[in-house]
Design a protein around this ligand. Structure first.
Ligand SMILES: [Zn+2]
Length: 100
């Protein structure tokens, strides 16, 4: 499981606050490091997402056969909702009405 980047930022802020009040200022470097790493992870994830988006768009949604509007010879319409099914279907996949 990956550690959420917000955890790094929160931990960084906590280290920063603690180091400030305890006057251990060199810990602020670690705090800045944590915060920086957190933001870097968010940025990296956003960039990789935007790269992946065109692939998602290129994927075509495939409709089930009974939602196709072409009227093939071996299909029969549902008497209740009108969706077309293969003639060997016993029940409507949309409303459950018996087709035979
Ligand atoms: Zn139906």
């Amino acid at each position: 499981m990956e550690i959420p980047s917000i955890i790094f930022i929160v931990v960084g802020i906590l280290i920063g606050v603690v180091s400030y009040f305890s006057r251990m200022y060199y810990f602020i470097i670690a705090a800045v490091g944590f915060i920086g790493w957190g933001f870097f992870k968010i940025f990296k994830r956003k960039t990789s997402k935007s790269i992946l988006e065109p692939d998602k768009l290129s994927l075509k949604e495939e409709k089930p056969y009974y939602q196709n509007d072409y009227k093939a010879k071996n299909t029969i319409p549902c008497p209740s909702c009108g969706l077309r099914h293969y003639s060997n279907a016993n029940y409507c996949q949309n409303c459950g009405t018996k087709l035979k």
